[in-house]
Write a protein that binds this ligand. Structure first.
Ligand SMILES: Nc1ncnc2c1ncn2[C@@H]1O[C@H](COP(=O)(O)OP(=O)(O)OP(=O)(O)O)[C@@H](O)[C@H]1O
Ligand SMILES: [Mg+2]
Length: 463
């Protein structure tokens, strides 16, 4: 959008000339002949910048400037002095004008100053937004005060306002999505689309058109043009979750999107420019995928410019009390109990556990314990029982009555079920991943990824 500029000058010929020059330089000017009129317009509509003469009939430009600054503090004002009135010009700067010109001035000179003023305005707007977002506590809370979590929050604050690509790594359930949400909420793109794609959840043969879209007739079944996630997220942010599952053949296309901000629809003849911020996340060790030639090194380096590694919960158990408090506060209303805490012995059990499923597992466990609990304080016995009874998969032939009480969030429950189904399959196949993959109906590579994600050791089942 071109910048809107209010031009205040009583010399109609000069004003028109200036407005024309501004239009030809891609600005959107509005000209008025008096400070009174200028103030009224500035009150009624938003201008990025005001260009005002000092000597005007009626209210002078200096008075006009301070009224405009009152009404619209975000507008930058630049003053033009017709006669060599440097004194007046300095007054103006003191009153908040960004700069001044002495007439006559060259249009080239003017353009440079205008652009600089607009840049400053954008920067200030960004800062204001960031501050208010933090003050309002908008965006998800990243709970944790341990040194590694402080480092994470620090990093989030630092990278959020930049437009650079971010790579979030960490074990399953360690909070990668929470961090991605925080980065988006604290960025200047907070109000623009945030599109999330789970690369592991989309079959390889559909992923390309899902991400990049396709032209009508690009392949059998492509009956209409379809925009991909990148185009849908234009001007906003895209989260590429489980980026480690991005098939090799698509990685060059992704690299181009990251590096040149250009995509091409399947069957498309020309590249499309996109304005996008990319957040990638994975629980896999990309470096080792690179070593195995399953992930392109150039893409890896490009993605990891700004990396946010999340520590697993077992390495920051001092966060347990805060996390427990945070989750009980949310679970209480859902189960209709005012949950006040976990007994000391119960807390000890939580400290002794090593949390392979990280924060998600903790949240699920507390919810299970709360459902089974009788009181407002969760006891060691209740915590212990919840630790021993992970959600069990339900046999397909069982009717809906056999389904467990639907509690908690769908995704977390599905993750639990996925883990259990894999464990059951591995038990049945005595640890053979190939057979387990077949019985689960997924590819061996897909199963391997999931085994890594859930930190399952198939060797345990080969006995
Ligand atoms: N630091 C945290 N503060 C508050 N809640 C958290 C934190 N970390 C994780 N959670 C909660 O734990 C659950 C799992 O977090 P999240 O979905 O972000 O994990 P993830 O790393 O993306 O996992 P996966 O690899 O399985 O996708 C969510 O319900 C989330 O709200
Ligand atoms: Mg996730």
């Amino acid at each position: 959008m071109p910048a809107r500029i209010l031009v205040i000058d009583d010399d109609a010929a000069f004003r028109d000339m200036l407005c024309e020059a501004l239009v030809s330089r891609d600005f959107d000017p509005v000209g008025v002949g008096s400070a009174e009129e200028g103030v009224a317009r500035a009150k009624a509509e938003a201008f990025d910048l005001v260009l005002t003469d000092v000597r005007l009939p009626g209210m002078d430009g200096i008075e006009g400037l301070s009224r405009i600054k009152e009404a619209a503090p975000e507008s930058e004002v630049i003053v033009m002095t017709g006669y060599s009135a440097r004194e007046k010009a300095l007054d103006a700067v003191r009153l908040g004008a960004y700069d001044f010109f002495a007439k006559p001035f060259s249009l080239a000179e003017m353009e440079v100053v205008l652009r600089r003023a607009l840049e400053r305005r954008a920067l200030l707007a960004e800062l204001r937004q960031l501050k208010s977002a933090m003050a309002a506590g908008r965006g998800p809370v990243i709970v944790g005060q341990s040194p590694p979590m402080r480092a994470v929050v620090d990093m989030v604050r630092r990278v959020a306002p930049l437009d650079s690509t971010v790579l979030i790594t960490g074990e399953s359930g360690s909070g990668k999505e929470v961090v991605a949400d925080a980065i988006q909420a604290l960025s200047k793109r907070a109000e623009t689309p945030f599109v999330k794609v789970n690369c592991a959840a989309i079959p390889e043969n559909l992923l390309e058109s899902e991400l990049f879209g396709h032209e009508k007739g690009a392949f059998t079944g492509a009956v209409a043009l379809k925009k991909g996630k990148f185009e849908l997220a234009n001007r906003g942010t895209i989260m590429l979750d489980e980026i480690g599952d991005m098939p090799l053949f698509l990685q060059p296309k992704l690299l181009r999107a990251v590096e040149q901000k250009q995509i091409e629809r399947v069957g498309g003849a020309k590249p499309i420019d996109i304005d996008i911020r990319i957040i990638a996340a994975t629980n896999q060790d990309l470096q080792s995928l690179v070593a195995q030639k399953l992930f392109r090194a150039d893409l890896y380096y490009r993605l990891s410019v700004a990396a946010v590694p999340l520590p697993p919960l077992r390495e920051r158990k001092e966060d347990l009390p805060l996390l427990v408090g945070h989750f009980l506060e949310r679970i209480g209303p859902r189960v209709g109990v005012n949950l006040r805490g976990v007994s000391r012995e119960g807390m000890q059990l939580l400290f002794d556990y090593d949390w392979p499923g990280n924060v998600r597992q903790l949240a699920n466990l507390l919810e299970r314990a709360a459902i089974m609990s009788a009181g407002e304080v969760l006891t060691a016995a209740e915590i212990g029982r919840a630790l021993d009874s992970p959600a069990r998969p339900v046999p397909a032939e069982a009717g809906p009555d056999a389904l467990p009480e639907a509690a908690g969030n769908l995704r977390d429950t599905l993750q639990d079920m996925e883990r259990n189904m894999i464990l059951t399959a591995l038990k049945k196949t005595r640890g053979s991943q190939k057979d387990a993959a077949r019985s689960l109906g997924v590819s061996p590579k897909n199963l391997w990824n999931k085994i890594q994600k859930h930190r399952i050791d198939p060797a345990e089942y080969s006995a």
